[in-house]
Ligand binder design. Structure first.
Ligand code: M6R
Length: 626
């Protein structure tokens, strides 16, 4: 939530800050601002609303400043108004601060600062920081004053600070909120995410929790909050700036939907052993996730913690781990688990699922799990695994191991390709465990892998043959449709949940998902001819049940849309008013196909309504606050 960026070097800072904010806008977009240092003064410009408002304000401003900070905001404390936008300044307007996170004790600090004569211009928690630094500055360096100030802060934060009196210094600090440093030739950057600085450098270093850094045109010095010097080397990424362009697509979300075949291929190439033949090499797992026996052998239980779309992927993971690998598995919302942890089960693997690797609830839940198991006997100790799309993220630092989903950067706030990649991660894990535990036959493993290998071309078939018809269908729901119901069963119930979430997020149409058999226990009362019902009806163990539940909805006049491959099987043709066709597929791997038409349908409904598909209202891509 919120994106920060900073620059010190020889180029014009404002341009670099604005281009960085453009790439961070997915983190928050209700106001933005920049502060630059030039001729002994801070020049601070802010604007309410999307970044283009700030860009407009800066259009005719001439600035040669080579030092500055910028911020794009997702409001937590104080409404999205210009006076609450960052950067925030001290009374003398000689210091500017941007922050991502939450200062939990800000009210206490604010009261203290007010008694000392400070006047506040905003309702934000951040504004205490420049006032505090100001108080510590006399007789201290800027670095020391920031160190003193952050020692007073409680909460999670990443900050960047510039001072009019120190035109060759940019100070940054990190406590539980992401912050990376970028290294160029005589120029240095900081940002909440690599994407912000990728056009300028690929040499980066993650600031760790409890670290503060001083960036000057000559280099970077890093310290712990306690002042101990830290020496670490940056690394060079093989990322390509083109990955974060729209590449001709109208929206990032659409581009990311179309990237799914490639994402699945990459997962298969990365994790499936190409030469595996059960009979020839019985000791050689079909999947190579690099997981050590101490992490995954002798498991009695898996618990998965996640939020949002990642929670839906986790539900599919539960199905797979139970049905293929025969391991009892629980799935909890990370935000709930933190405050109502489950009784300890020995030999538990805890999996955090998060595309960003920065979701505060998920990170805190995993950390608390580690802490509460720390003093127990060895078999109860925490074993933490992350399934994430960001190998360099915070979650990777707190887990024993990660499964990198390799989906490439996802910019659209609505997760699409990263959901598919997470689900693929669960196939790989479940197959690896099933093989090690010999819970299903090798021939069944081979069959599942063969099915997975067909997925990329099958997704391409959906994109090639269905996208236009789905766009056409979407026109029916853009005027007066206010509610949608999604139903599914078994492994495809989470797909119904994901379809409903996609629609809510980007089209603002109310949508709910239910296990199809639950409709008759209450939700069916909602149905009439104004409430379309989408049934995920993939052939397999529960197909007939879903069809009969769908018919119950039809009998209540609902317009019925089916996602199915059983187009020619008779039942579907008679049951559904509209069919979103997917290729024939083994039920066990059908979620990867079934979700695609739902993503496309949501996308087109929102796009036809003229909504901001990539940056829907009130949301942010990476939720780094509780
Ligand atoms: O980065 P994470 O996977 O931890 O994010 C979790 C949720 O915030 C995220 O999935 C959210 O629900 C998306 N907007 C879904 O499209």
């Amino acid at each position: 939530m919120c994106g920060i960026v900073g620059y010190i070097g020889t180029q014009a800072a404002t341009k670099i800050l604005i281009s960085g904010l453009e790439r961070l806008e997915y983190r928050g977009y209700d106001s933005a601002g920049v502060a630059t240092v030039e001729e002994g003064q801070i020049n601070c410009v802010k604007a309410k609303g999307k970044l283009f408002n700030l860009r407009d304000k800066l259009e005719h401003a001439v600035s040669n400043a080579q030092l500055g900070i910028g911020h794009t905001r997702w409001a937590t404390h104080g409404k999205p108004e210009e006076h609450n936008a960052h950067p925030h300044l001290n009374a003398a307007k000689t210091l500017a601060v941007v922050q991502n996170g939450i200062i939990e004790n800000y009210l206490e600090l604010k009261a203290e600062l007010i008694t000392q004569g400070c006047e506040f211009c905003s309702e934000t928690d951040t504004e205490v920081i420049p006032h505090l630094i100001s108080q510590y500055l006399p007789n201290r360096s800027l670095l020391e004053a920031v160190q003193e100030a952050i020692a007073r802060l409680e909460g999670t934060f990443a900050i960047a600070v510039v001072s009019a009196d120190n035109p060759y210094e940019l100070i940054v600090a990190r406590q539980q909120a992401p912050l990376i440093l970028g290294f160029g030739q005589g120029e240095f950057f900081c940002a909440s995410d690599i994407t912000a600085i990728l056009p300028y450098t690929r040499t980066i270093l993650n600031l760790n929790n409890g670290e503060i850094a001083r960036l000057t045109p000559l280099g970077v010095e890093m310290y712990t909050f306690a002042g101990k010097r830290v020496a670490r080397f940056p690394r060079t990424l093989d990322w390509n700036p083109v990955q974060v362009e729209k590449q001709g697509f109208r929206h990032y979300m659409l581009k990311e939907i179309y990237e799914q075949p490639a994402v699945v291929r990459t997962g298969l190439d990365t994790y499936i052993n190409p030469n595996w033949h059960a009979e020839e090499n019985p000791d050689y797992s079909p999947v190579n996730l690099g997981l050590s026996p101490s992490l995954i052998d002798n498991l009695d239980h898996v618990q998965i913690l996640a939020c949002g779309t990642s929670w839906h992927a986790a539900l599919i993971g539960k199905y797979l781990l139970e049905q293929i690998a025969a391991i009892p598995t629980t799935v909890d919302y990370a935000s709930e688990f933190r405050y109502s942890p489950k009784p300890i089960i020995p030999n538990t693997l805890t999996i955090g699922v998060t595309q960003s690797g920065e979701t505060a609830d998920t990170i805190a839940a995993l950390e608390s799990e580690r802490a509460r198991r720390a003093s127990l006997e060895p078999k109860c100790q925490a074993k933490l695994l992350a399934i994430t799309n960001r190998a360099e993220s915070s979650i990777a630092q707190i887990c024993d191991r990660i499964i990198d989903t390799h989906a490439g950067i996802e910019i659209g706030v609505a997760a699409t390709k990263t959901f598919t990649a997470q689900v693929m991660g669960f196939y790989f894990l479940a197959l690896d465990l099933a093989y090690r535990r010999q819970t299903i036959s090798n021939s069944r493993i081979a069959e599942i892998i063969d099915g997975l290998r067909h997925l990329p071309s099958q997704i391409e078939t959906i994109l090639d043959t269905q996208a236009e018809a789905i766009e056409e269908l979407a026109h029916n729901f853009t005027q007066s449709t206010e509610d949608f119901i999604f139903i599914g069963r078994g492994i495809n119930f989470p797909v119904a949940l994901e379809g409903a979430l996609k629609l809510k997020e980007i089209s603002y149409i109310h949508a709910e998902a239910y296990p199809a058999g639950e409709m008759k226990h209450g939700p069916i009362a909602l149905l009439d001819n104004k409430v379309p019902v989408v049934a995920v009806a993939m052939p397999g163990s529960v197909y007939d049940k879903v069809i009969s539940n769908a018919q119950e909805a039809k009998a209540r006049d609902a317009r019925l849309i089916g996602v199915t491959s059983a187009v020619n099987a008779g039942d579907a043709g008679h049951t559904f008013d509209d069919i979103l066709t997917v290729p024939e597929v083994d039920e066990l791997i059908s979620p990867v196909l079934a979700v695609v038409p739902l993503q496309i349908l949501s996308y087109h409904i929102a796009a036809i309504k003229g909504l901001d598909v990539d940056q829907p209202r009130n949301l942010a891509k990476s939720v780094t606050v509780e």
